[in-house]
Design a binder for this molecule. Structure first.
Ligand code: AMP
Length: 329
């Protein structure tokens, strides 16, 4: 069985883009592979070093993933900083990471622009920590979005470099997990191409029914189709895409038909999307709140996950030490 590792950011609430674009696939992936999911709190320190927020953020994110369907029975779910072995592997891999290639990474260049007041070494070496996250479990596959492809290529580079430098076949070169179909891109409700947390156009898994209805009813539309069988403009097509995710195929084709023959009423269209979205989100939200209020369950999940994750991490670090010549007297 393939071993799959995926990092989960530790800040911000999950929106429907995260759910339909990533999480739903992760939930399915749990049945097909040996999965490890970790909440990347060390990574978040590169941009969010606030001790009063860190633990609460991790707790929120953990409860959202568990509430939405990641299973501690099927997968290994842990907090990155509960497995300190990754910090040692990061240090050791840093000896083989070249400054030039790190400086050329596009995510680093973006971060320098966004956080010009705090360009720290953690930001520069972010791909090395990410490589350590993956290589420490000797994972073969990683479910990455387009934005992470360069980091995965660097992970392969570090694995190759380590193997060739020490004349071993120790680290596998991980490849992108193939979900078997195109990843969906969830549009925003403001007519923009992508739902995102920084753009303020998101519907969140913890939004109340009233908030969801309000957001959908405010979605950008236009004056309506004037010619039969015309192609909808982007903002309307976005709503159809969202409808295809939350409504049944029958409802979708009913509204597609109404658009095609110019009988569509946007008020009804949005009401239908809002109700189907509420039906999708409400049960997930209830589970998230249930999990979030159960401190004992959360700490048991984290402790159990850390214990499982540390077993493979300890074996890897001890082999790497041996290969690099670090031996106890
Ligand atoms: P972010 O919330 O931007 O850190 O995104 C985390 C992951 O969620 C991304 O790597 C994507 O896989 C997924 N994702 C985020 N926004 C969207 C979206 N609007 N549509 C599809 N997938 C998304």
């Amino acid at each position: 069985m393939e071993k799959v590792v995926s990092g989960i950011r530790s800040t911000g609430n999950l929106h429907l883009g995260n759910y339909f674009g990533a999480l739903k696939n992760f939930i399915k992936m749990q049945d097909d592979a040996d999965c490890l999911f970790f909440i990347a709190d060390y990574h978040s320190l590169t941009t969010h070093p606030d001790p009063t927020q860190l633990n609460g953020n991790v707790r929120n994110v953990l409860s959202e993933y568990l509430g939405a369907g990641l299973s501690p029975e099927k997968s290994t779910i842990f907090i990155q900083s509960d497995m300190p072995e990754v910090a040692e592997l990061y240090l050791l891999l840093n000896m083989h990471a070249y400054i030039g290639e790190l400086e050329r990474t596009s995510s680093f260049k973006d971060k320098v622009r966004q956080h010009s007041e705090n360009v720290n070494a953690g930001l520069l070496t972010y791909p090395v920590l990410m490589a350590a996250d993956i290589l420490i479990h000797r994972a073969t596959q990683v479910p990455v979005g387009k934005d992470q492809e360069q980091h995965l290529e660097m992970t392969r580079q570090y694995a190759r470099r380590f193997n060739s430098k020490y004349g071993v076949e120790f680290f596998p070169e991980p490849v992108a997990y193939n979900f078997g179909s195109e990843l969906v891109k969830v549009p925003g409700l403001d007519g923009s191409g992508k739902m995102g947390k920084s753009t303020g156009n998101g519907v969140y898994l913890v939004d109340s029914d009233a908030d969801i209805r309000k957001k959908v009813m405010k979605a950008v539309t236009d004056g309506g189709p004037t010619e039969k069988n015309s192609t909808p403009p982007e903002a309307i097509e976005n709503l159809f895409t969202i409808m295809s995710l939350v409504s049944t195929p029958e409802i979708l084709s009913q509204f597609r038909g109404a658009y095609a023959d110019c009988s569509i009423r946007y008020g009804d269209f949005k009401k239908q999307i809002a109700e189907d979205m509420v039906t999708t989100v409400a049960p997930i939200r209830e589970r998230i709140f249930e999990v979030r209020s159960n401190e004992k369950y959360l700490s048991e999940v984290a402790a159990h996950g850390a214990q499982k994750a540390r077993q493979s991490a300890q074996a890897t670090v001890s082999a790497v030490r041996e290969i690099m010549g670090i031996k106890r007297f």
